[in-house]
Every structure is written in structure tokens, then in C-alpha cells.
Write a protein that binds this ligand. Structure first.
Ligand code: DHB
Length: 390
């Protein structure tokens, strides 16, 4: 097969890129080692920035985010037993949408299908060869037949364990990373929402996040040790932990049967440049953020908006500079999001061995962010998403 852009990874980043390219009259083929069903049912993040929503709606992916998603005009920080609301609309005139990544994927996959896009799920043995004049992606199709895609460009949107990133020759990219001494325990609870908006709770027993999914199903997380095993936590133990961190002063979380327990890794990672020759990286393949603040998916979609423009320019003959500009423009947002995710994480989590000074200082920081209009506006602007720089 010959195509203009071969895309490895059919998550939201890969499918959005394929969709945007299609609208610009550029062909692409997308492959993924996972089945469509696996991608559709993996539980991931739930919050879309205003700009992510505009991208989905304005480029005709779907209006479902508006009709079925939930607009949130603010968020709650809970500490010292009290709720402190940050009003996004009042502070920066923006909102975020609660709309799970599963639904973003479903909308994109359906749109690509309707538009006749070539998306192959369930492939295996993917390999990227950048040694020739044009890159080649080879794989085994789901029916067992060998596949070979020769393309002008290859985009790796294949997640944090990216095989495309590994195809960069040694010494052609740098890596920046940071580990954290904790993880998140995530689960679904069959219960009504505990509050109209998300609650990020800091407590002496550790962090907890009360998020949502539907009127009858809620998503919650609490800080745990990285080595924690989901099977060691039954419903009673989980609710006891959540109550300890969130309940108090008349506020109680709504409880119910628990499912979909998982431990989420916590890592900050960036690789750059996000390009080697005609091979480009987007989304988690190039950077991961800790989940606090829900930036991962939004960052992937933002990469793709910028990459789409770079690809148009490159295929129109603008040369390698167009592709180099992609790394530069994408990294501007990536490092803001890295800082924001790191900052939200350190502001809200408990660190073992923290000194009394550290603990009191953290409380001072929360008081500044929730108690000052300028502090709150800083958070509101970051949470709802920064404007794209030129
Ligand atoms: C969700 C996840 C996050 O990491 C976050 O900061 C907020 C919400 C979620 O899955 O709903």
C-alpha cells in the first residue's frame, strides 16, 4: 500500500490526525495492535479542555460531546474539611467538559468509518523502517496477511510504550523524566454523583479525586503506593479510605458497588525532538504527564492540531523546516502541561517523610490558589487549556 501518511496507533491522537488530514485531502492509513473493542472499552481520562471540545465539534467529528457531555464551569479543591470552588467561567470565561476518552474514541472511529478511512485494528508485528528515502511500516494484518505501507511520513501516536519512538536511531533524541513515590488507585462506583463538580481532595491521609461518568456511575481515584494491587482492595476497604480522605463537616461521598479497579502509574516524561527525518511522534508516544489535572488526552489532541498544519505545509513543499516547527510549537504546550501536572500533583499529594514545614507550606499554597483571585485565575486558565501560541 502507498499512502501519504502512515499512522501507528488508532487512539484519539491517531484517529483525529487521520480525520483532519482527510478533511485537507490527504490520505492516511492507521494501524493499531489493539482490537477496536479493546480500545473502546479501556477506561481512561474524563475531562476535555474547551479547545479539545472545539476541535471535535468544529471539524465535524461529532456534536455528542455537547449533547451528551457535561459542561463544568468550575472545580472544587477540598482541604481542611472544606470545599473551595474555583469558578472557571467567572475567572477566564471558559469551561471544561466531562466526556470520557472512550466516547472521544467512539466518535472518531465512527467518523473515520463513515468517511471511508483506512483504519486497521488488531494488527501484529508492527515495524518501522526509516532507512530508505521513504519510510515503510510493515505489520501482519488481523487476517494473518502481511501488510506493508510505504508513506511520505510516518506518525507514531502509539502511546507511552511507543515502538515508533524506539525506531529513532540512538543519539537522535533527548529524554527528560521524573518519577513520583506514589500512584493512583482508580475505580468505578455504581452510585449517583456526590457533587455537581469534580472534587480534588487534599488530606492528611493522602489525595483523593471524586470524578463522574453518568448519573448512575462515578469515577474516583485515591493516592496509593506504586506497588499496590487492585485485588487486595475490596469495596469496604476502598470506601473506608475514601471516607477518611473526603468526608467531613456534613459532606459524604455517595457509595455503591465498585468495579474496574486499576492502579495508574505516575510519571512525567518528554522526548525531543519529536521528529527523526520523516518519522514524527504525537501524544503519549512523545510525552506522558501524571494524571492530576487531566492533561494527557488534551495534550495529545493539541499535538495533532499542530502536526496537521505542519504536514500540510510539508506535503505542499515547505521542506523540513515545517516539520521542525512542529516540535517547537508542540513543546511549548507540552512543558506548560508538564509543569501544571507536576504542580497539581505536588500541591495535592502527601509525601512520606514530609516535614511539618512541608505540610504547612502545602496548605499555604492551597490557600493562595483558592483564596486569591489571581491564584485561582492561574489555575482556571491552565485547567481549561491555554490558547495555542502562533
Ligand atoms: C479524571 C481524571 C483525571 O486525571 C482528572 O484530573 C480529572 C478527572 C477522570 O477520569 O474523570
Amino acid at each position: 500500500t502507498r499512502t501519504q501518511v502512515a499512522i501507528v496507533g488508532a487512539g484519539p491522537a491517531g484517529l483525529l490526525l487521520s480525520h483532519l488530514l482527510h478533511r485537507s485531502g490527504i490520505d492516511s492509513v492507521v494501524i493499531d495492535i489493539r482490537s477496536r473493542h479493546d480500545i473502546a472499552t479501556t477506561i481512561r481520562a474524563g475531562i476535555l479542555e474547551a479547545g479539545s471540545v472545539r476541535t471535535l465539534v468544529d471539524t465535524g467529528v461529532s456534536d455528542r460531546v455537547i449533547t451528551d457531555g457535561d459542561r463544568h464551569d468550575g472545580v472544587v479543591f477540598r482541604f481542611g474539611g472544606e470545599n473551595h470552588r474555583i469558578d472557571f467561567q467567572e475567572l477566564v470565561g471558559e469551561s471544561v467538559w466531562l466526556y470520557p476518552q472512550n466516547d472521544v474514541f467512539a466518535d472518531l472511529a465512527a467518523r473515520r468509518e463513515t468517511d471511508g478511512g483506512d483504519v486497521r485494528y488488531g494488527v501484529s508485528d508492527t515495524a518501522v523502517d526509516t532507512s530508505g528515502a521513504r519510510p515503510v511500516v510493515s505489520f501482519i494484518d488481523s487476517d494473518g496477511s502481511p501488510g506493508r505501507i510505504e508513506a511520505d511520513l510516518v506518525v507514531g501516536s502509539d502511546g507511552s510504550r511507543s515502538i515508533c519512538r524506539k525506531a529513532f536511531p540512538a543519539g537522535t533524541r533527548g529524554e527528560w523524566f521524573r518519577e513520583y513515590p506514589f500512584a493512583w488507585f482508580g475505580f468505578l462506583a455504581e452510585a449517583p454523583p456526590s457533587h455537581p463538580e469534580l472534587i480534588y481532595a487534599q488530606s492528611e491521609h493522602g489525595f483523593a479525586l471524586v470524578s463522574q461518568r453518568t448519573p448512575t456511575m462515578q469515577r474516583m481515584y485515591f493516592q496509593c503506593a506504586p506497588g499496590e494491587r487492585p485485588e487486595d482492595w475490596d469495596d469496604d476497604r476502598i470506601w473506608a479510605e475514601m471516607r477518611r480522605r473526603v468526608n467531613g463537616n456534613g459532606f459524604e461521598i455517595q457509595e455503591g458497588p465498585i468495579s474496574a479497579k486499576m492502579v495508574l502509574p505516575f510519571r512525567s516524561f518528554v522526548t525531543a525532538p519529536m521528529r527523526y527525518g520523516r518519522l514524527l511522534l504525537a501524544g503519549d508516544a512523545a510525552h506522558t504527564v501524571p494524571p492530576t489535572g487531566a492533561k494527557g488526552l488534551n495534550l495529545a489532541l493539541a499535538d495533532v492540531r499542530v502536526l496537521h498544519e505542519a504536514i500540510i505545509d510539508f506535503l505542499a513543499g515547505a521542506g523540513d523546516e515545517a516539520l521542525d516547527r512542529y516540535t517547537e510549537r508542540a513543546l511549548d504546550r507540552v512543558w506548560k502541561a508538564q509543569h501544571f501536572s507536576y504542580w497539581m500533583t505536588t500541591m495535592l499529594h502527601s509525601v512520606e517523610g514530609a516535614s511539618p514545614f512541608d505540610i504547612a507550606r502545602q496548605r499555604g499554597e492551597l490557600a493562595l490558589v483558592t483564596g486569591s483571585r489571581h491564584g485561582a485565575a492561574y489555575l482556571a486558565e491552565a485547567y481549561t487549556g491555554w490558547q495555542q501560541a502562533a
